[in-house]
Design a protein around this ligand. Structure first.
Ligand code: SF4
Ligand code: SF4
Length: 97
């Protein structure tokens, strides 16, 4: 029987390739974030691209384009996320699953 190595989520994410656009496809409006009680973006991004240190910091590099942050922000947060897909030719290329 073939020996199959189980990869962790981090290992799998590390196999993705990103064609980085200099224009951010997702931005965050910290004026709106300030009044956001739950800040669900901090706990729902699978790539952990949202952080909080005095204000919300977001880095679009490594975005998996799943749309989770947009949904939780607009359903449970204060609608501070402006979301779009990257321009054509840019963004994530999935190479595993
Ligand atoms: S959920 Fe939206 S409004 Fe709330 S902190 Fe995150 S980005 Fe800002
Ligand atoms: S689209 Fe998905 S991976 Fe990208 S920032 Fe939002 S939650 Fe994170």
């Amino acid at each position: 029987m073939r020996d199959v190595k189980r990869l962790s989520i981090q290992d799998r994410l590390g196999l993705n390739v990103f064609e980085l656009d200099k224009e951010a496809h997702i931005t965050v409006d910290n004026e709106l974030c300030r009044d956001c009680q739950l800040k669900p973006c901090l706990h729902s991004c699978p790539a952990k691209l949202y952080e909080f240190e005095e204000e919300v910091h977001f880095n679009y590099e490594g975005c998996l384009e799943c749309g989770t942050c947009f949904i939780v922000c607009h359903q449970m947060g204060n609608k501070g996320v402006n979301w779009s897909y990257p321009r054509g030719g840019f963004g994530v290329y999935y190479r595993y699953g």
